[in-house]
Design a protein around this ligand. Structure first.
Ligand code: CP
Length: 310
């Protein structure tokens, strides 16, 4: 079996298609554990994982914690807001102190793009990027690709429409890297003020109207407006944004009849996605994404600790 051969998971940009396939295949093999009565295997007994979160999170932090616990790792959660960060301790000093306690993996979410890469160069532990600013969110893209493969049987040859705040979205960036490497055709759409200049250089088609990106899409991925990362008001109002970019019954008809609808969460219901679509089991796979997230994070822990080395 192929080895991952990486110390850290910093982004999808750094990954080969074979590495992505290895992680998705491994995650699929872990899915079954979460359906058992006793949801625990001894695979990572004696290993420890620190979740170090400088930004808010519901899904990612819980999912990494559950993933570690299902594999019997000791998992420790640290929020910047309740740590010595509030007394002025730097990220580097925090990491060096955690390193001295000898964990095996540090999972880091930080508002600064590049923070996980910096830590990876400074500490001997494996670093997993759980989202760094507007840069990357690799475990999210992996769980998204796993969900697409599960629902559609493949990624290669599909058309994926990614809609919304492309400029500030680390989810969009990681998915664009991953989906294009795996052979999907990616179309992005959003307001001009939320569209990075030169985005086409990443191998995607870019549109300023949602309808143009949705045409014949197999997969529709809606993005949250990242109000916390916007330096100034870049759209007039949420109401106007919703008028032009909310996924609704009318525009979803432009996609293929069997299109699936995805959202990384948290959702702004009625802004980027209408609630009846978000809750429609006929097309929405939003909670399947969350379920697959645990398996993907189990796979990352397993592969980084040399689980498939023999
Ligand atoms: N998808 C995602 O990253 O959600 P959280 O911010 O809740 O972790």
């Amino acid at each position: 079996m192929m080895k991952l051969g990486k110390k850290d998971i910093l982004g999808i940009r750094d990954m080969t298609p074979d590495e992505i396939r290895l992680i998705l295949d491994t995650a699929e093999s872990f899915l079954e554990i979460s359906t058992r009565d006793i949801k625990k295997v001894p695979t990572l007994r004696g290993k420890s994982v620190i979740n170090l979160f400088y930004e808010a999170s519901t899904r990612t932090r819980t999912s990494f914690e559950i993933a570690g616990k299902r594999l019997s790792a000791d998992t420790i959660n640290i929020s910047a807001s309740t740590s010595s960060v509030v007394k002025g301790e730097t990220l580097i000093d925090t990491a060096r102190n955690l390193e001295a306690m000898n964990p095996d993996i540090i999972v880091l979410r930080h508002s600064a793009a590049g923070a996980p890469r910096l830590l990876a160069s400074l500490v001997r532990q494996s670093i997993i990027n759980a989202g760094d600013g507007a840069n990357e969110h690799p475990s999210q893209a992996l769980l998204d690709m796993m969900t697409i493969r599960e629902k559609k049987g493949r990624i290669d040859g599909l058309k994926v429409a990614i809609i919304g705040d492309i400029l500030h979205s680390r989810v969009a960036r990681s998915n664009i890297y991953g989906l294009t490497k795996m052979g999907a055709r990616v179309a992005v759409a959003g307001p001009a003020t939320m569209m990075p200049r030169g985005i086409e250089r990443l191998g995607v088609e870019a549109f300023l109207k949602i309808d143009d990106a949705l045409a014949d899409a197999d997969v529709v991925m809606m993005l949250r407006i990242q109000l916390e990362r916007q330096q100034q008001n870049i759209f007039p109002s949420l109401r106007e944004y919703a008028q032009h970019f909310c996924l609704n019954r009318r525009n979803l008809q432009l996609a293929r009849p069997d299109a699936i609808v995805m959202h990384p969460g948290p959702m702004n219901r009625g802004v980027e996605i209408s609630p009846d679509i978000a809750d429609d089991p006929g097309c929405s796979v939003i909670l399947d994404q969350v379920n697959n997230g645990v398996a993907v994070r189990m796979a990352l822990f397993y592969l980084l600790t040399g689980g498939n080395d023999e």
